[in-house]
Ligand binder design. Structure first.
Ligand code: VGL
Ligand code: ZN
Length: 223
């Protein structure tokens, strides 16, 4: 009988390093691109980068911010408040945003230039009226799960790479949660763009560093 190989041949699901690794492409949606309701500067620049990066991954998860029209994170739902004001909610401080990514609206659609046909899962987050959700693992109350942890574990995923929008909100919160759940976690930093409001980008990197999130770049994926 022949010995069990140290690494199984490619093509056997769940056994090779490629099968244990997933790319999570965060919130590449119309409203976060220039011209959108909550445009992230340079957001459109990363669409070709995301398409390219995805070719290096067998497992790709896409996420969509997906809010009801009466969502608590919209400044318009708080009389007297303006976008980027903050309010105190039971789960902590909440930044108020322009109305964005309303369920089933054009702005909530994935960017038309996104071409990742082999993506296998789309996680929609932020659909509870009273809770925002930057992370694609847990909503902002830190207790309501999206189910992504279970999906990744069931699929034998051990390492995740993240890219997308915005670095300092949905990407960073997702990366921190991934690392806390024991996934080896990389952020592909040149394939992300930030909102950067009130020092949010510096704060986000500090939190990612503290959680053990590693930074990488597109070039390193090619290597
Ligand atoms: C996001 C603010 C509000 C994001 C989503 O995708 O980073 N930011 N909703
Ligand atoms: Zn949102």
């Amino acid at each position: 009988m022949s010995p069990v190989p140290a690494s199984s041949p490619a093509g056997l699901p769940g056994h090779s390093a490629a099968d244990r690794t997933a790319l999570i492409a965060v919130d590449l949606q119309v409203d976060f691109l220039p011209g959108g309701a909550l445009a992230v500067a340079g957001g459109h620049e990363i669409l070709p980068l995301a398409n390219h990066a995805a070719q290096f991954f067998r497992n790709v998860v896409l996420t969509q911010d997906w809010h009801p029209a009466d969502h608590i994170s919209f400044a318009a739902n708080h009389p007297g408040k303006a976008p980027y004001d903050t309010i105190a909610l039971p789960y902590g401080e909440q930044v108020l945003w322009p109305v964005h990514c309303v369920e089933d609206s054009i702005g909530a659609r994935l960017a038309s230039r996104l071409e990742i046909p082999h993506a296998q899962l789309i996680i929609r987050k932020g659909h509870h009226r009273a809770i925002d959700s930057y992370s694609t693992f847990y909503e902002a109350d830190r207790t309501t799960p999206t189910g992504l942890t279970g999906y990744l574990r069931d699929r034998g995923i051990e390492t995740v790479y993240l890219l997308g929008l915005a670095t300092d909100f949905c990407v960073s919160c997702s990366a921190v949660d991934a690392a806390r759940h024991g996934f080896t976690t990389y952020v592909v930093e040149d394939a992300c763009r930030a909102i950067d409001v009130n020092g949010s980008l510096d704060k986000a990197w500090a939190q990612m560093n503290a959680a053990g999130v590693k930074r990488t770049r597109l070039d390193a994926l090619r290597a």
